[in-house]
Design a protein around this ligand. Structure first.
Ligand SMILES: Nc1ncnc2c1ncn2[C@@H]1O[C@H](COP(=O)(O)OP(=O)(O)OP(=O)(O)O)[C@@H](O)[C@H]1O
Ligand SMILES: [Mg+2]
Length: 409
């Protein structure tokens, strides 16, 4: 009897086998071992939706755990610093040294001039308790490990708290304390954040951009969990499944899940099951990933993608400009933005194609039901009008870097 389905197409859930990220994790391990001052002790992970930022944070935390470090795992939502001060650090201090903790946390004044009196501290940055508790914790730990702080979904909205956290970590670095930081966010959100008056600490952090995974690694990411769970897959079926993922991390899990499900009674997954599984995954990926990926983009960006989705394969820039009714130069600017955002990629001279697997199908399918659909179809091409197009045409005269348009890297 095979085991349960091993694949995990759920955001934030670590996969049965994390593939293609070994060198990033190995560098981080070295960074922890090398001591204060090593660049990986301040890392910023970026990647599109579903490329595995959150599960990479989990993996960084696991590496830290193996190296004997303590972990504070957070998300950049409001009251981040309060949670670290009042929940995370006290929890770790209590675990490490219950006796010291109680005596130190009740109203002591610590070196550096930050009193622990909360009333005073709340109006001053950094808040008392953050630096003092981190100091205390790293003192107690001594050379026996350190403290890793991870923050998911960093975003401009959290800039104040991130700056405060950054200043405190910077101080700890200067005092050669064993502290490390890993943040994660969408590339556009991180660039946005760094363009703000955020601390130099974050700007200098080691950037790790998560890309698609190479076919050899995808092969491993599918075959190993299938075999570990008691079934097998033929080489041809495996090839179909690997190609179906496009190397996109979320798709490794989604294709895996549906290929497994195509006939869960069969001991061996054959090409037919693989094909059905890939089809199923492609139909699902849109609502799971593309909907939010598109929501991150500006209206004009979406319109450009909608214009591309008219084609069955690579699109010619001249056709896109004509469909949008704009000049080639104007369309060229959006091409650059979308390439930078990794939603599309150049394919030879004057051609572009989608990077995300299944995005074309998703854009096509959502034409009819979309609230962006126009009342009158000015492009009677036989295909339904695509999301964004009508609204886009009215917006196109706006300059490309209008303030309302979210800026892409
Ligand atoms: N390297 C990998 N190998 C195999 N599966 C992966 C890998 N990276 C991510 N996954 C899988 O992809 C899915 C998405 O991962 P995750 O939630 O970390 O993405 P994310 O980048 O944080 O997305 P979002 O931007 O929406 O928060 C999960 O199901 C995860 O198990
Ligand atoms: Mg995430």
């Amino acid at each position: 009897m095979p085991d349960v389905n091993p694949f995990t197409p759920t955001f934030g859930t670590s996969p049965p086998l994390l593939v293609g990220r070994d060198s990033d994790l190995e560098d981080f391990r070295e960074g922890l071992r090398d001591g204060p001052g090593s660049p990986e002790r301040a890392t910023l992970v970026t990647g599109l939706r579903g490329t595995g930022k959150t599960v990479m944070l989990n993996a960084y935390e696991d590496v830290a755990g193996v190296e004997g470090w303590l972990v504070i795992s957070e998300t950049a939502t409001p009251n981040l610093i309060d949670r670290i001060i009042h929940e995370q650090l006290p929890r770790l201090l209590a675990d490490v040294d219950p006796r010291q903790t109680t005596s130190h946390l009740t109203g002591v004044s610590l070196p550096g001039g930050f009193g622990a009196d909360r009333e005073v501290s709340e109006r001053h940055a950094p808040r008392a308790g953050l630096r003092s508790q981190l100091t205390l914790l790293t003192d107690v730990l001594g050379e026996r490990g350190g403290v890793l702080i991870t923050v998911d979904e960093v975003h401009r909205k959290g800039v104040g708290e991130l700056r405060e956290l950054g200043m405190t970590i910077q101080h700890a670095f200067r005092e050669r304390r064993n502290v490390a930081f890993v943040g994660a966010g969408l590339p556009s959100a991180v660039d946005d954040l760094l363009s703000d008056e955020v601390s130099t600490f974050l700007r200098r952090a080691d950037r790790r951009h998560l890309r698609t995974v190479r076919p050899e690694e995808v092969t491993e990411g599918l075959a190993v969990p299938i075999r570990a769970a008691g079934r097998d897959i033929t080489p041809e079926a495996l090839q179909i499944a690997v190609t179906g993922t496009g190397g996109y991390p979320f798709m490794i899990q989604l294709v895996g899940l549906h290929v497994w499900r195509a006939d869960s009674a069969a001991t061996v997954i054959d090409p037919d099951q693989a094909r059905r599984g890939v089809d199923h995954a492609r139909r699902k990926v849109g609502q799971l990933v593309h909907a939010s990926a598109l929501a991150d983009l500006s209206d004009v960006d979406r319109s450009f993608l909608a214009a591309m989705a008219h084609d069955d394969s690579s699109s010619r820039m001249a056709d896109i400009a004509a469909r949008l009714g704009v000049s080639p130069a104007y369309a060229g600017q959006y091409r650059m933005r979308l390439i930078a955002a990794e939603v599309i990629e150049p394919r030879g001279h004057g051609l572009v194609n989608f990077t995300l697997p299944g995005l074309r199908d998703y854009l096509r399918e959502h034409a009819a039901s979309s609230h962006w659909s126009p009342d009158v179809d000015p492009h009677p091409t036989g295909r339904p009008e695509l999301p964004g197009a009508a609204q886009e045409r009215s917006q196109l005269p706006r300059p490309p870097d209008d303030n309302d348009t979210p800026r892409l890297p």
